[in-house]
Design a binder for this molecule. Structure first.
Ligand code: SF4
Length: 771
């Protein structure tokens, strides 16, 4: 009997398998080998990609966050081809975060605005000439002013532009165009710190230098996820050789909290009571610096009286922190020789943020932890040039921290600028939210947004968008025509970005650093400085502003304006001087080559109030206006998501590298117990709803968020559909981190098609260029 011939059944996967094997042997897609070849870069750069080998380099500061890292820009034929962190720059010492590494790549995005865009009768934005754009801008703004008065037009600007551009805008709008009201997006992040410093120290003066991260033996971080929000500052903490105790105070178990010596997971908005409780223990134990208090402060006795009501057990229900832990933290602060207190948005973006910031300032003052290495009550800024905006944008204060309502200040500025003092408004500008309220009341009818994106970033977003749509004229000056606010505009003015223009930034530690033009802006886009000059000429005030002929000429004007103020930097010769020194911190009143690279304020114990003394300022805590209730049982916290995202992502979303480093769609962090109770599984699509709308998000179930709380990153446009518009009464900063929401699993077909359920809120029609 013959054996049956067994024929192998052909395998259906064979061709696929063969293809896979072939691909292993011969890669058919991806980067070509010659693109991976590296070569000595020269200029001290080590190895660089051979195809990007530079023929020159220059240095400038990064244009994203307030850390102000120094970057080496690799040039070929005068154009930037690559970059690397500067090893000698005293801020970052050779380090950069992902955003910095990708700073050049986001300039090449296809949605860059390359010509002015004008909305036509068909409702669409279409390209137009600069000549038409300028006549449209001036004619429509002037027509509104003629009909409704000078206060009927206003501007809202940014902490992302160089100081020279902010200052020229302030002169153009307020002295040239006759506007009274103009504010910046720094109101959304830093107004609280600025106000707290002004009231406590007599001037908006962050006292620290980054070296203090390395000098402290106790570091207290409040509402600051330093690891991802300011990663290079966290690297400076890691360089500290004193084995510092790191105390993190934050409702969430953030990356920074997990790395801390001690994490206090306080209840949201329990911060003011907690810092009073710590101060109570310090006062009760006599752990105060009486000599310092007597010599350099005023108001301590009243503060001590106030503290009597804040024993740790009396406020435990409000703070959620056990009294023993409060005693322990007070003991750590007492034993520390160099204690530094640092805060950022968790404090600033609060309806009582100014008093919370001052409760930290009070702790530093009462323990004498200020003016010495490793100490300070230190606000970490957000945007690259928030500090420039705070001092020189001519919005919240007259140049240099002066007061529009002070006649002597107005006369001084008019004298320095050589203009008629009558051109300077005699009243301070309304803050951002009151400008929007004037829009609602029909009193402001023309708005000019420069380098900011409120259609994404402002709280209670549907309301904000409806207000923008109600304007007679909305002009937006931006790098990208796709920005949420640009898409609503009547006129888009295409702007050059960081790397395509020059000027200076002031970072968190008061360091002035230079940015340079290392790339050609695309198409007809112009630097903001050039756009302001064009508007000045067309408006008819170009002659008055003729001295503002270039950024470096504007820098000379700013030096003169700074004389006589605490931020006097008239000793800085020019941009080259800044370059040679790795930036220079203010004050710098006298020419100083080789000025010390790390300087802090108040070493002599003298503050900026007329009597030289710092103030103790305090108020009782107040209740949040929209606490969770039966219908909306969770509290929504918002904040930074990853180190690779920046604010509304107009820039960071343009980098393919950065996009790989964070989830593409909006997500919400949910505590596992809450997820079980709500029937929500990990990665499930859920509705998050507040009284202002509801959005679909992906559930991220994690114990890092406490029961009863949810967290959504601010970088996704959906998040501010939910937030509530309410404000700190002193700084007028929005309180983004407390509103009541509910969460519910999305069921059935909607679960499978998330793009159809992304957002549900009052819609505003958008007609974008190219739609
Ligand atoms: S930490 Fe800030 S300044 Fe430094 S590289 Fe990153 S974004 Fe730029």
């Amino acid at each position: 009997m013959t054996e049956p011939v067994l024929k192998a059944k052909p395998r259906r996967t064979a061709p696929k398998l063969v293809g896979q094997v072939r691909n292993l042997i011969h890669q058919r897609d991806g980067v070509l080998t010659h693109d991976l070849v590296r070569a000595p870069g020269e200029f001290g750069l080590g190895q660089v990609p051979a195809k990007l080998k530079p023929d020159a380099t220059t240095t400038m500061t990064c244009g994203f966050c307030s850390t102000g890292c120094g970057l080496n820009i690799h040039l070929r034929d005068g154009q930037a081809v690559n970059l690397s962190p500067a090893t000698e720059y005293p801020v970052n010492l050779g380090m950069a975060c992902p955003k910095g590494w990708e700073a050049l790549n986001v300039l090449d995005a296809p949605d860059r605005a390359t010509t002015p865009l004008l909305r036509g009768a068909d409702g669409r934005l279409s390209p137009t000439s600069w000549d038409t754009a300028m006549s449209t801008f001036c004619d429509r703004m002037q027509a509104i002013q003629r009909q409704h008065g000078p206060e009927s037009v206003a501007f809202l600007s940014t902490g992302q532009m160089p100081t020279e551009e902010q200052a020229l805008l302030g002169a153009l709008a307020k002295f040239g165009m006759g506007m009274v009201h103009g504010d910046g997006n720094t109101r959304q992040c830093m107004a609280t710190a600025a106000t707290a410093y002004k009231q406590s120290f007599g001037y908006d003066a962050p006292p620290f230098t980054y070296q203090d991260f390395e000098e402290s033996d106790v570091i207290v971080l409040v509402g600051s996820n330093l690891c991802i929000a300011h990663p290079i500052m966290w690297e400076r903490v890691l360089r500290n050789r004193n084995r510092p105790k790191i105390i993190v105070i934050d409702p969430r178990s953030t990356e920074t909290a997990m790395a801390a010596s001690k994490h206090l997971p306080l209840k949201p908005k329990g911060d003011l009571a907690l810092f009073y409780a710590i101060a109570h223990v310090l006062a009760r134990q006599g752990w105060i610096d009486r000599d310092f208090l007597d010599a350099h402060t005023t108001g301590y006795d009243g503060f001590a009286q106030h503290l009597q009501a804040y024993a740790p057990n009396a406020v435990a229900a409000r703070t959620g922190i056990a009294p023993a832990l409060v005693e322990e933290v007070a003991d750590v602060i007492h034993r520390g020789e160099r204690v530094s207190f640092w805060w950022t948005m968790g404090v600033n973006q609060s309806y009582e943020g100014t008093r919370v910031a001052q409760s930290l300032i009070n702790l530093a003052l009462m323990t004498g932890n200020i003016g010495r290495p490793g100490t300070g009550a230190n606000s970490i800024t957000g945007q690259a040039n928030a500090m420039g905006s705070r001092l020189f944008s001519n919005t919240t204060c007259l140049y240099g921290g002066r007061d529009f309502e002070n006649r002597a200040d107005r006369e001084h500025v008019a004298g320095v600028l050589g203009i008629d003092g009558a051109r300077i408004p005699t009243q301070n500008s309304l803050p951002y939210h009151q400008i929007l309220e004037r829009v609602r009341a029909g009193k402001i009818r023309g708005l000019w947004f420069i380098c900011t994106n409120p259609a994404h970033s402002w709280s209670q977003q549907a309301d904000a968008r409806a207000l923008l749509k109600s304007l007679d004229f909305l002009a937006v000056q931006d790098m990208y025509h796709s920005a949420d606010t640009a898409a609503l505009a009547d006129l888009v003015l295409p702007a050059a970005g960081w790397g395509e223009k020059e000027g200076t930034f002031i970072n968190s530690e008061r360091r002035l650093g230079v940015i340079k033009k290392v790339k050609q802006a695309p198409g007809e886009a112009l630097s903001d400085f050039s756009i302001f000059r064009l508007i000045a000429d067309r408006w008819g005030c170009g002659e008055m502003l003729s001295e503002w002929s270039s950024p470096e000429a504007a820098f000379e004007i700013l030096k003169r304006l700074s004389v006589g103020t605490p931020c006097d930097f008239s000793g800085i010769e020019n941009y080259l001087h800044l370059d040679r020194n790795g930036g220079i911190q203010w004050p710098c009143p006298a020419p100083a080559e080789g000025v010390a690279g790390q300087r802090r304020l108040f070493e002599d114990g003298r503050f900026y109030h007329a009597d030289g003394r710092a103030r103790f300022l305090f108020d009782p805590p107040t209740d949040m206006p929209e606490p969770p209730d039966r219908d909306y049982p969770y509290l929504l916290l918002t904040g930074r998501g990853t180190a690779s995202q920046w604010h509304t992502q107009t820039r960071t979303s343009k980098s393919a590298v950065l996009r790989k480093l964070y989830p593409a769609g909006v997500y919400v962090e949910v505590n596992p117990g809450d997820a079980r109770r709500e029937g929500v599984r990990p990665q499930q699509r859920v509705w998050v709803a507040s009284r202002r709308g509801r959005v679909a998000a992906t559930a991220y179930v994690t114990p890092t968020i406490r029961p009863g709380q949810l967290f959504m990153p601010m970088h996704y446009p959906e998040t501010n559909r939910l937030t509530l518009s309410h404000f700190d009464p002193h700084s007028h900063q929005p309180s983004y981190k407390d509103c009541a929401v509910r969460i519910e699993a999305i069921r059935g077909a909607e679960q499978r098609s998330p793009q159809k359920t992304a957002t549900e809120a009052p819609s505003v029609s958008r007609s974008t260029y190219g739609d």
